[in-house]
Structures are given as C-alpha cells and as structure tokens.
Design a binder for this molecule. Structure first.
Ligand SMILES: [Zn+2]
Length: 332
C-alpha cells in the first residue's frame, strides 16, 4: 500500500504541487502487490525545493523487499541471446561506452577502483575492467548479479543493497551509476553509505532519466511506478551537496543515442555546500511539466519520438548490410 512521504531531498512534509502525468503507467501491473487497485503512480513537485518525486508511494521496506525478490522478471525477461556474453556485450558496448568514457574523461582518472551502484547485468563494469580498472559494486537483483558473475566473469561485484553493509569495502576513486538513482527510495541512506567508500577527492558519476530540457514524451513517461524520483541537474546538485560532494559538470545532451536523461559528475571534498542554493522554483517546475514539456515533445516529435528505436533500426540495417557484404565477399 502507498503512503504519503516527505520530500526525499529536502524533507518538506506538507507543501506539494500537483504534477499532471497524461500517460498510462505501463509498469504498475508489475507492482500489484505494492499498489493494490491503483492504476497509476502519483507525482508531486516539492513546494520548497521543487524536487519531482512519486508521492504517495510504497514504503522503503516494501520496496527493498520487492527489488530483492526480483518479481518484475515475470513480465520483463532478459533477451534470450543474452545467455551468452557476446551478444550482451555488444549491446553493453553500444549502451555504456559513451558514459564510461565521459566519466573517465571528466574526472581525469585513468584507472583506479570503481564501484557501481545497481550494476545490473554488469556491462559497464566489464568495460571498466577492460580499461584496467578494479571493479566492485552492488546489485539487489540476484538474477542480474548472477549473470555478471557467471556469464561475464566479474568477481568483485556482489548481490546486495547499497547500505551499511558496504562500509567494509576498500575505498574507491569513482562511484558510477546508470539509471539507478531514480529507483532508490532512501536517497540519503544510499548517499551516506556511498560516502563511506569514496576516497577523499574521488568522484561520483550519475546518469538518470529527466523531465527537464526534454525532446520527447519519454520524459513524462519516466513518471511510472518503477521510479520514485525524477532528477534535474539542480536536484542532483542538491543531493550531492548534502553529502560532501561538489558538482563538477552536468549535461542533458550527453548521449546522442537516447534522450531525456541527465549526466552528472561530482567530487567528494567532504565540504558541506549550501543545498538551498540548488533549490528550484516549485511553481516553475510544475508549469514546465504541465505546459512546456508537452509542447516541446510535440515540436521535437518528428525527429525524436521513439528515438532509441530509430537508432536501433539504423544499427540493424547497418549490421544487415555488413552481413550481406561479408557473404558476398565470401568471408565470415
Ligand atoms: Zn524538497
């Protein structure tokens, strides 16, 4: 069952602005045990800091138990071809390489220790390992963690949550996370745990979906029951500022293959910055989502609707042409 929560970033408990989400919640059927008879998740902008989050929502305990059980596999099984490392790594190279390269370039680190929060199938960590990094991480879903271990041969990363139990790990130079923070119910708990394993001067790279600077309606469809938060550059600034990290760089245009996400790099200095400096105007946030975002999606639709599918189609065509060319040339 869902309950009303305080703003997961600033703690505001009574002032919220309604956010209109015109889209069907395509995920809620997977979370029936958490949402009962509701057909949609509800989203609000915090009346103090402007942070957009699911509210009311399931309790942190219920969510953790749900993720650990990996129940959602029933409706979204992994592609069959991924039982082999080859086809999966081909996808992973396409999906993660730009992000891994960006994190390495923006931090100026060549190699070191990297920890990934929510490493999924392990593709990004595999790319770091290929580049000479020592890899570690946590992934709550046992099925995914087993794939990373058994199929990709990754030995450092383990199944589990990012919580008090990570404190025993050796300190890392870089924390990496890809589309993970939007699934985190206890943001400050996770940041406190990450802080215990980051070296002084180390970095955190975060990429998450966003509604801001949108080019498609995906930006609003991110507001579904699989997610609890929708960040912007500024709300990520606020999150890290509360935990001794200083923002370094962020962009809404990091990846040309997919759209409506934000990339963010911050450095751990231990200095507590003023989080209120990163607050957004709640009325402006609500106005943007309710009015400006849908208009932008319409204007950009000719190019960017289902952009990832278009990119994928181009990839398939290119592969097909290469295959035919190889056959014609009699090579394998
Ligand atoms: Zn707030």
């Amino acid at each position: 069952m869902v309950t009303e929560v305080a703003c997961p970033l600033c703690g505001e408990s009574s002032r919220f602005l309604e956010i209109r989400n015109p889209y069907r919640d395509g995920h809620i059927a997977d979370y029936r045990s958490l949402y009962g008879s509701r057909t949609k998740s509800d989203w609000k902008a915090c009346g103090t800091c402007g942070f957009v989050h699911q509210n009311p929502r399931p309790s942190i305990e219920a969510l953790n138990a749900y993720y650990a059980a990996g129940d959602y596999h029933a409706s979204t099984p992994p592609p069959l071809s991924w039982s082999e490392p080859g086809p999966y790594m081909k996808f992973a190279r396409w999906y993660y390489s730009d992000k891994v390269e960006f994190a390495i370039a923006q931090t100026g680190l060549r190699t070191g220790r990297v920890f990934e929060m929510g490493f999924g199938y392990g593709g990004a960590l595999k790319l770091f390992e290929e580049r000479g990094w020592q890899v570690s991480g946590r992934e709550p879903d046992g099925q995914l963690a087993a794939f990373a271990h058994d199929t990709l041969g990754l030995r450092g990363p383990e199944r589990g949550f990012v919580d008090d139990s990570v404190t025993g790990l050796p300190p890392v130079d870089l924390i990496f996370s890809n589309h993970a923070f939007e699934h985190v119910a206890d943001l400050h708990g996770v940041m406190a745990a990450l802080r215990t394993i980051i070296k002084p001067g180390g970095y955190i790279f975060t990429t998450v979906p966003t509604y801001a600077a949108n080019r498609s309606n995906m930006s609003l469809r991110w507001m579904n029951s699989a997610h609890y938060s929708l960040f912007t550059r500024r709300s990520l600034d606020q999150l890290v500022a509360r935990h001794g990290f200083e923002p370094v760089v962020s962009t809404y245009r990091g990846w040309r293959k997919e759209i409506d996400d934000v990339w963010h790099v911050a450095r751990y200095t231990g200095k507590q910055l003023d989080p209120t400096a990163s607050y957004e105007d709640p009325a402006a946030v609500a106005r943007f989502i309710n009015w400006v975002n849908p208009v932008r999606s319409l204007l950009f639709a000719p190019v960017f609707s289902n952009y990832h599918r278009k990119v994928q189609r181009v990839m398939y065509v290119k592969e097909g042409v290469e295959l035919v060319a190889r056959r014609l040339l009699g090579r394998r």
